[in-house]
Design a protein around this ligand. Sequence first.
Ligand code: PSV
Ligand code: MN
Ligand code: MN
Length: 387
Amino acid sequence: MADLNAVKQALREQRIETPSWAFGNSGTRFKVFAQAGVPRTPEEKIADAATVHRFTGVAPSVALHIPWDKVADYSKLSAFAAENGIQLGAINTNVFQDDDYKLGSVTNPDPAVRRKATDHLLEAVDIMDQTGSRDLKLWFSDGLNYPGQDDLRLRQDRLAAALREAYDRLSGDQRILLEYKLFEPAFYATDVPDWGTSYAHCVELGPKATVCIDTGHHAPGTNIEFIVAFLLRQGKLGAFDFNSRFYADDDLMAGAADPFQLFRIMYEIVRADALTAAGINFMLDQCHNIEAKIPAIIRSVLNIQEATAKALLVDRDALFAAQAAGDVLEANSVLMDAYNTDVRPLLREVREDAGLDPDPIAAYKRSGYQKKIVADRVGGQQAGWGA
Ligand code: PSV
Ligand code: MN
Ligand code: MN
């Protein structure tokens, strides 16, 4: 039996980072349906992220995206976040929304474009120095649509050179999180298509480079928990971008499409005692196009908490014993017993112990915050996906 007090303690200590762009009007495909009350400035996104933290108690940091969250003074922005009870988290770069990047950013055949893209990565580290952020998160949309369009191998050399420059610019506890994505926007070849490519570049770079697993960036049916287990064993899992997918990079709420997969992922985290100690950044990377944004982000946080609670409840002694005995059915049933537990009462208790409302979504709805932002935030639209 799992120790209930230890489970509660682990749930209290869990941390989830929200993405600034999820609070704005966003949606990577087709029409972006504008919503009333969305943030017009980075400060308003931070205020919304702080609201998610106020109701959940486990989301004390928000990731920024540059230049979507560009401001004149990042130290001031950091102070503003602190006044609101949260911190600025990972800095996300953007080398995918400029005409110059049609044929790639850091892998572009044109050295001038590569220089521009690499300079943006360096600028992001300058920003990290001011925000106090630890993580530089890199996602490259670089790839090819046609065989022969460019040299696959040379593009890896160019990628490695840019990563090296960014890596060498890091100081203190700063680190690179290198994200991968199977396809889109390129359809024939992607320069960082999978965890193996990301892992190989991270190994080449050194200990300050680790892999970011975006749960929506795999082929259907990919066993993501295997990737989690493998990278944890190598000490190379740096972060998650949690979201749900049915088909491609859907960016739906974490735990909505496949809660069982989220549980299996969190079990590998718990199995490796990596919920807090390993320095993994558990981030969300989502877009809320048709649903209200703040409650959708709260819902995502709750879904991750539920998957984590179930993972913590796995009777690991019984599971290991069944595995060692080769008892296939028993091992499977120990895992499923935990998954099938209704952990909502336990999480309600954890929240009440922390002085929070046991039902964060209901509490948010009652709070009047939504009404207030709809009234206050009139006009203007912050840049972001689809904006
Ligand atoms: C594009 O696929 C993407 O969703 C990546 O997952 C990044 O993390 C995110 O955009 C923000 O740049
Ligand atoms: Mn992502
Ligand atoms: Mn994505």
